[in-house]
Design a protein around this ligand. Structure first.
Ligand code: SF4
Ligand code: SF4
Length: 431
């Protein structure tokens, strides 16, 4: 793909499933998946050199609820990752693999081999990293390998906010991140390539909310392509003290209304009014929606949305954790569908347990006890109050309802509608 088309695609990132027909066929079946997941998250390791203040595993605020020490040492062995990649290729349909954590992907001893293995499969690779371990050599290798996306988790636009959100780091670490990001942008320019697409990722809490404008300045300064803001998803009983209060929410709301004047929704592009450049802001309207949610002050952002639509994630996504557990969504770490140390991924993907998850996620209300195992908190009845896969579920729901509407709009009688619907089903299942 040439540079211009790549940039256009990425600045309008949408659900872009490879095998839409096979996915719909699976959704109509309600249990079986006829293609592999569109997006695969792999937690390569639980090792991490940071202790970010809002981290679900390592924040010092978690105290006795930190990830246990033995779990912190876990990494997926290289051979097991290679088998997983082979299975993903055979199942067909995976567009993107995201290396994420549990921990910091660059702490895995085979990270560069794994990136290159994924690139050979012709599957997009996105690496979610704290970026502290990237030196000049690794930066050059990432450009050479044409990594598709680097999601760089910084949570700050200034040294002060960086140190406040990363208690075991100093200002020098922030400046090093700045310099290496600028180097990657320079290398891209010199070599006239669009990749890696650099996305700066900022989790917003009451520690750094005031720094949002500086975060944008920082992204423009290092010539990043993209920036995303998400509100902190707290661990109940431990990190709620980081939630922003009403005044801080009002401050952010006013700031985003200001930014909106220079934001082109059609292109998801923010154009700096002082001519410093432009930048994709991913999920701009989602941030405002979450900010305005009635229960936002309690760290609940998506309850109304997840209650309204079915969940299709069982056909679109998996997360393989450093324990070997395969879980069905970003928030599914307490609901394993199988384990890669005991089963192959192909066996897990259409196992009895996975088929039950698909059926339940599509048909049951998220207040059903089945979903109490989703999310961070064992004390909540409904774990789906925050859903990191809404960006997949919402567009998928539109596709499914418009497929149904096609049939209802033909103006034929109810009996014939049923027969057209049945024929359509047969077509899906036979071809
Ligand atoms: S870099 Fe990621 S895994 Fe490590 S402490 Fe921060 S949020 Fe947690
Ligand atoms: S959080 Fe709930 S609604 Fe969202 S993907 Fe997971 S199971 Fe589905």
């Amino acid at each position: 793909m040439d540079k211009k088309r790549f940039l256009e695609n990425y600045s309008k990132r949408q659900l872009n499933i490879m095998n839409t027909d096979l996915v719909i066929k699976g959704i109509l079946n309600e249990r079986y998946a006829y293609a592999g997941p569109d997006i695969v998250h792999i937690d390569l390791t639980n090792h991490c050199n940071n202790n970010c203040i809002g981290c679900w595993c390592r924040s010092p605020l978690l105290k006795d609820r930190e990830m246990p020490d033995d779990e912190k040492q876990l990494s997926l062995p290289y051979d097991l990752v290679k088998n997983l990649l082979d299975d993903i290729k055979v199942l067909n349909g995976t567009r993107q693999i995201k290396l994420v954590g549990g921990g910091e992907p660059f702490m895995h001893p085979h990270i560069m081999d794994i990136i290159s293995d994924i690139k050979k499969l012709n599957i997009e690779v996105d690496i979610n990293t704290n970026f502290t371990l990237i030196d000049e050599k690794i930066a050059r290798d990432l450009v050479k390998l044409q990594v598709d996306i680097l999601t760089v988790s910084i949570w700050a636009g200034t040294e002060k906010a960086y140190v406040d959100t990363h208690p075991n780091k100093d200002g020098a670490a922030f400046l090093k991140i700045r310099d290496i990001l600028a180097l990657i942008s320079r290398l891209k320019k010199e070599e006239n390539v669009a990749k890696p697409w650099i996305k700066i990722y900022n989790v917003i809490s009451n520690v750094n909310y005031y720094d949002v404008k500086n975060m944008i300045e920082f992204a423009l300064e290092v010539r990043a392509d993209d920036i995303q803001f998400v509100l902190l998803d707290p661990v109940i009983g431990r990190t709620e003290c980081l939630l922003i209060n009403s005044d801080e929410r009002r401050f952010l709301y006013r700031l985003f209304s200001e930014l909106e004047k220079n934001y082109d929704y059609a292109k998801s592009l923010y154009i700096d009014p002082d001519g410093k450049g432009s930048l994709t802001i991913t999920a701009f309207s989602d941030f405002i929606r979450r900010l305005s949610h009635a229960k936002s002050k309690d760290g609940i952002y998506d309850e109304d949305k997840t209650l309204k639509i079915p969940c299709y994630v069982g056909w679109l996504f998996i997360r393989a954790m450093a324990t070997g557990d395969v879980v069905p969504c970003c928030k599914g770490h307490r609901m394993p569908m199988g384990n890669l140390y005991r089963q192959s991924f192909s066996d897990i993907w259409n196992s009895e347990q996975y088929r039950l998850f698909r059926y339940n996620a599509k048909n049951l209300k998220k207040t059903h006890p089945y979903f109490s195992e989703i999310g961070n908190s064992a004390s909540k009845n409904m774990g789906c109050y925050n859903c990191d896969n809404l960006w997949q579920n919402e567009p998928m729901h539109k596709i499914i309802t418009s497929a149904n509407k096609d049939i209802l709009d033909t103006g034929i009688s109810a009996k014939n509608r049923l027969s057209v619907f049945f024929n359509k089903l047969v077509r899906f299942f036979c071809f």
